[in-house]
Design a protein around this ligand. Structure first.
Ligand SMILES: N[C@@H](CCC(=O)N[C@@H](CS)C(=O)NCC(=O)O)C(=O)O
Length: 222
């Protein structure tokens, strides 16, 4: 049995943070597929009582520990491995600041936007999409500016803040209807630097469940 198990599915950028971290640190891990789309597994009483009371992925299992919230999982894995770990108190707090910003305001809006664009039935009110898009644009601009004069979010080395912030940003542009790497060149270059790290893999290659026939706008990745 691999050392770590991760409850996840390929379309989840929230889960991708944890899967990517496991791969980048060379951990011995395996994914456990969660049938979010057809089975609504995260909403079942069984999942909520046995896996995660919050009804979410990712969930990391390590021995008798079961951890949820990607920020907690990233912190745990960086503490254990010593990799992508912010150094000292100032960096630790700075990483936490960006992880919370990301969860609430960057991928916290990008994830629902992509979900609604691809899956909402009946289609969601355009005013909702316009609200989310305006928030996304504003927050992408903040990250793009941050990356104007540094290679990674905290400085010249990648940390768990970077692994958190890239959650949804490698998914195909046509799943969003806009190309983030093209319109935000500092973000585009930063995504390239993370992609060059040994162990990097695309979310669709790292977690089970792709392709998904419920996501017709998601063609095979080039
Ligand atoms: N802040 C959480 C977000 C987790 C989250 O929203 N996961 C989504 C999948 S992308 C989920 O499991 N949703 C289940 C549901 O809404 O039923 C994290 O970073 O782990």
């Amino acid at each position: 049995m691999p050392e770590y198990q991760l409850y996840c599915f390929a379309q989840s950028g929230n889960a991708y943070r944890a899967a990517l971290m496991l791969n980048l640190i060379g951990a011995d891990w395996k994914p456990i597929y969660v049938d979010f789309f057809k089975g609504g597994e995260t909403r079942t009483p069984k999942y909520r009582s046995e896996v995660n009371e919050m009804g979410e992925v990712p969930v990391l299992v390590h021995g008798d520990k079961k951890l949820t919230q990607s920020g907690v999982i990233l912190t745990y894995l960086s503490d254990r491995s010593g990799r992508f770990k912010p150094e000292g108190e100032d960096e630790r707090l700075e990483a936490l600041r960006w992880i919370i910003f990301d969860n609430q305001k960057l991928n916290g809006f990008i994830g629902p936007y992509r979900f609604l664009k691809n899956f909402a039935k009946p289609p969601v009110d355009p005013a909702v999409m316009a609200f989310l898009k305006a928030r996304i644009d504003g927050n992408l601009a903040i990250v793009d500016k941050r990356l104007a004069d540094r290679a990674f979010i905290l400085g010249d080395k990648p940390t768990i803040a970077d692994i958190s912030l890239c959650a949804y940003l490698y998914y195909p542009a046509d799943e969003f209807g806009f190309d983030i790497a093209e319109t935000h060149q500092n973000i585009g270059a930063w995504l390239g630097r993370i992609k060059a790290l040994p162990g990097w893999k695309h979310p669709y290659d790292l977690m089970p469940g792709h392709p998904n026939e419920l996501m017709p706008s998601s063609p095979p990745r080039p």
